[in-house]
Design a protein around this ligand. Structure first.
Ligand SMILES: C[S@@+](CC[C@H](N)C(=O)[O-])C[C@H]1O[C@@H](n2cnc3c(N)ncnc32)[C@H](O)[C@@H]1O
Length: 311
């Protein structure tokens, strides 16, 4: 099989940020094509790696990529949000956590998965986890107009969200939408010609928004970051790469919550709230990709990396 076409985003920054220990225990919550995991196992030669991904195809390819490290890693086909429970059950404590959110290039490139606005007759699917019962067709054919508009605005920052939602609802009253091409056609005619190609393909923002909804990408993200950070040993690091402003906001506020020390009134003689700062921030502001990477990997354009260290 051909190697997976996925270039790990901000690889050096992530690896450096994790401050690898030769025999550390690491968790990659978004294994994908194993680009980051491969480097962790290679550069920390006695380390152990736990990883999750919900995508069966990606896991198969990642296994091939990691085979030289067999015995040093364990992969779970699961949501990273469930890893804290696994870790508790199996008594796992970590030296590092990496999350590289969103989707892999191989998921977008596989037109049959329905993630791509360049697909035509392929079904509107967009599930990263094919076991999930809920697809993009359920969103476009089942959601109320107001809800569709909100998703397109919030997750896609789509200026013409209202018109697109209105046209989706009108079209599905005639016949339910089934293919990517049908949705692209509605989007194109909902955006006035002079704005249609502003900021890339006209369907880019709507497809992103629906994908985020289908996969529940923002649901519980902040709580997961908090729970994963709490699995770290003292001095362990968490690095999170985000590609959307709402993801970055969730990570930023999770870190803020973990960074907050006692909140008692200063006039009290002793602390009664019991809160203690749990992390220190390694990146005060998110790190973005360097010029060379920006030129070579378009996916890195919206990437933001935040890193914290467990106290
Ligand atoms: C950006 S890619 C990761 C790429 C990887 N770091 C690499 O270098 O090859 C994101 C991957 O995370 C998976 N994913 C996204 N959200 C997930 C979640 N909540 N739980 C588990 N896997 C998830 C996707 O299926 C995808 O394969």
């Amino acid at each position: 099989m051909e190697p997976l076409k996925h270039f790990p985003v901000m690889l050096e920054e992530c690896i450096e940020g994790l401050n690898l220990k030769e025999n550390g225990v690491y968790f990659d919550g978004t294994l994908g094509g194993a680009g980051h995991s491969y480097e962790i196992l290679k550069r920390a030669p006695k380390s152990t790696l736990y990883a999750t991904d919900v995508d069966e195809y990606g896991i198969g390819r990642a296994e091939e990529r990691l085979c030289e490290f067999r015995g040093r890693y364990k992969i779970y086909r699961d949501n990273f949000k469930n890893f804290p429970a696994i870790a508790e059950r199996e008594g796992i404590r970590l030296d590092g956590v990496l999350l590289d959110l969103g989707m892999s290039s191989f998921q977008i490139d596989d037109k049959t998965r329905g993630f791509s606005y360049l697909s035509e007759n392929e079904p509107l699917d967009m599930r990263m986890d094919k076991r999930a019962p809920f697809t993009a067709q359920d969103v476009v054919n089942g959601y109320a107009k107001r809800e569709l508009e909100r998703i397109l605005k919030d997750y896609g920052e789509e200026k013409f969200a209202a018109k697109i939602a209105e046209n989706i609802v009108a079209q599905r009253a005639v016949r339910p939408l089934k293919t990517c091409g049908e949705l692209v056609e509605i989007i194109e005619r909902s955006i006035p010609a002079k704005f249609r190609y502003e900021g890339g393909h006209p369907a880019k923002r709507t497809f992103q928004a629906i994908r985020i909804e289908v996969n529940g990408e923002l649901d519980g993200l902040g709580d997961a970051v908090i729970a994963l950070t709490r699995l770290l040993k003292s001095g362990g690091r968490i690095a999170v790469l985000t590609f959307h402003s709402l993801e970055d906001r969730a990570v930023k506020s999770a870190f803020k919550e973990l960074e907050t020390d006692c909140v008692c009134d200063k006039s009290l003689p002793v602390c009664v709230c019991g809160r203690k700062r749990e992390i220190k921030l390694i990146t005060k502001h998110p790190v973005t990709a360097g010029d060379e990477e920006l030129r070579e990997n378009s996916r890195s354009k919206s990437a933001k990396l935040r890193i914290a260290e467990k106290l």
